[in-house]
Write a protein that binds this ligand. Sequence first.
Ligand code: AHR
Length: 514
Amino acid sequence: MTHPVVPAIVNLDVPGPVINRHLYGHFAEHLGRCVYGGFYVGEDSDLPNAGGIRLDVVAALRALDIPNLRWPGGCFADEYHWMDGIGPKERRPSMVNTHWGNVEENNHFGTHEFMELCELLGAEPYISGNVGSGTVREMSDWVEYLTRDGDSPMVRLRKANGREQPWRVRFWGLGNEAWGCGGHMRAEQYAAEARRYGTYCRDHGGNTLYRIAAGANGADYAWTETLMKQLGDLGCAYRPAPFMQALSFHYYTIPGTWQDKGAATVFDTDDHYRTMVQAARVDELITGHSNVMDCYDPGRNVGLVLDEWGTWWNVEPGTNPGFLYQQNTLRDALVASVHFDVFHRHAGRLVMANIAQTVNVLQAMILTDPDTGALVLTPTYHVFEMNKGHQDAASLRVDLPAGTPERAVGDARLATVSMSASRKDGRALFSLSNLDADEPAEVELDLRGGALTEVSARILTAGRLQDHNTPDAPGAVAPRPHQVTATRAGLRVHLPAGSFVTVTGRLAGTGSDT
Ligand code: AHR
């Protein structure tokens, strides 16, 4: 049987923009069982924990080298009042989490617990401040509480709560989805708020903030244009105003309708292809926002941040609709791998991305059983792990002289083979996905400007795209070693239908270690 052969040319000695490690960022919201019951089980839990933080979750995530964690939302961020989450837990006031299930939030996981979690993970904190229902003073005080040294009202309060030294917090979000749950604002209105909030989020001592303005919903390029016009000086020498360093946008992969998004594990081949088309669309969106930004900021001083992405399915039957708990299959893994290929291609402008969300919510890395506490690593987790060598690596362009095999999906065309590559520390890493549900593919990697030694490969695939991991079958979808063939020009990589493969090797003869 002959499979489509896909020639791919990679110039190993022509490094492109560096892939910011923060493209592999994460997101933890006070939503369903992400924080409570996911990351945080409380000091009294039978599960091994440090100050209530679940240690097996930490260990699993440390293996991903997660670079940053966004918190406390999402929509929750714009109704969160940080002062309710400090001090002795028994004295912390409760609130109602009106966005997510109308459940009571006891504020036992607050600022100190989040910073402790980040320290355990070895991840940078990314805090989303409350613009929707908070005040400028509240946000300004939070920055002072976290980051100021010496003596000041907020420093004294922090010390009284047991933390002597300031923390380092670089990433600071000025609200979330201001066009929707963050206040239903118009772009001009939000830009004015962002100017005010960003101004009073001060750089204390050596802690320089990287302020991220709440950006567009999907393809709302007009929102991006408004922010670019109002948050910097215009003209060829565009400089972002000191109160904003980046802007974000959100994009979820939802092949169904908002009312009926489809089931995570029950789907057919057509649903799979529709999902892949929606996932690949992130390329069009990043290109669109980047193009708008390039008009105002050709020097690329403003960062583009995709701080929410991933699949969004109907909740699992029998679970709280407000908790957004969904299973995660090989299909989700391919959605992730396609996103990363796109992110790597846009490394010149895209500086951060955060999958939604890390534990028990939407496209999670980790699912925990609410009754037994059993922990399961999802297929998406494995993509993050297999791809982690791309973090802070120099991207390598992958040229496909004959294109890739394609499928017609409704009015769209889906390229069924997706690839990206990078080099770092004398090694190259290639990521290859075959999105086709039935047809294997062969990729002929034509490696120029160097050669590879000590080549090894791994594959993530399963009998069915619907396959997923459970406490009874935790390794149903897990990486395995894969054989690749050396050719005169480079390597031949076999990609079974519905598979994700990474290939790595030591660079020989490129005359450089980077
Ligand atoms: O990730 C779930 C929700 O999706 C977030 O709270 C919100 O920002 C987005 O609409």
